[in-house]
Design a protein around this ligand. Sequence first.
Ligand SMILES: NC(=O)c1ccc[n+]([C@@H]2O[C@H](COP(=O)([O-])OP(=O)(O)OC[C@H]3O[C@@H](n4cnc5c(N)ncnc54)[C@H](O)[C@@H]3O)[C@@H](O)[C@H]2O)c1
Length: 255
Amino acid sequence: MKLKDRVAIITGAGSGQGKASAKLFANEGAKVVIVEWNEENGKSVEQEIIQDGHEALFIKTDISKEEDVINVVQQVMDTYGKIDILFNNASVGFSARSKYKMAQVQDTPLEDWNSIIGINLNGAYLMCKHILPIMIKQKGGNIINNSSMNGLIGVTGADAYTAAKGGVVALTRVMAVDNGKHNIRVNCICPGAIDTPMIAEVLEDATVAKNFAAGPLGRVGKPEEIATAALFLASDDSSYITGLIMPVDGGWSAV
Ligand SMILES: NC(=O)c1ccc[n+]([C@@H]2O[C@H](COP(=O)([O-])OP(=O)(O)OC[C@H]3O[C@@H](n4cnc5c(N)ncnc54)[C@H](O)[C@@H]3O)[C@@H](O)[C@H]2O)c1
């Protein structure tokens, strides 16, 4: 039980990597707070975890709205009285179903740029803005940000998404520097292509699928492989690690 009795907030926990992390963290003893704007998925993950005999709380939230984020923090503090772990995982992008345009700068409408930055970067900022004061008061905490290989290298065609993910990498470093003295660790995962609903339709394009699987391990990743990386960073197994930008990409960014 690597997270026994720890309170862990996971954004975007209704699907993909967030869902896999919520289930793994709960199996490891955490009380998991599912922060998700898709009510059906959020409730269903909450039920799955409770049926497995663990503790979970779903709070319908749009992380880009400050009033929603304040509501999450209030509800969690009223229910559990502390916040040990924050996994900033929710994002939009890369799906043909996404209503936001994934394109190069010159083809990205300002409205879509603002929406993508508003969720993928500002959402993480807002969660940290309202949770850091609690962690500072507690004299400890653990924040994990989910960026992307797009945050490390140029991947064509999703420039707002890429800019947001680069921002998440930089935010991780500066928050690690600022908060080490408060016993708060801040680390970042940069996933390669992971088989989740976010990229399901993109993977139907054979050329894209081949490129995404072109790393040394020759395949796309599974959401559970990000969850185990998140568990490592969330647990005391990584107690001397902060400010780490960790690719979990089958070696894709090493080529
Ligand atoms: N799948 C990949 O190939 C890949 C690669 C690199 C990075 N990532 C990153 O991994 C993270 C998890 O993505 P995933 O692959 O599990 O995708 P996913 O689409 O399966 O899950 C994302 C979840 O975030 C939720 N969400 C989106 N916007 C939200 C908002 N404003 N408020 C609350 N919830 C919101 C969605 O409803 C969804 O449940 C994301 O940050 C993504 O950018 C994914």
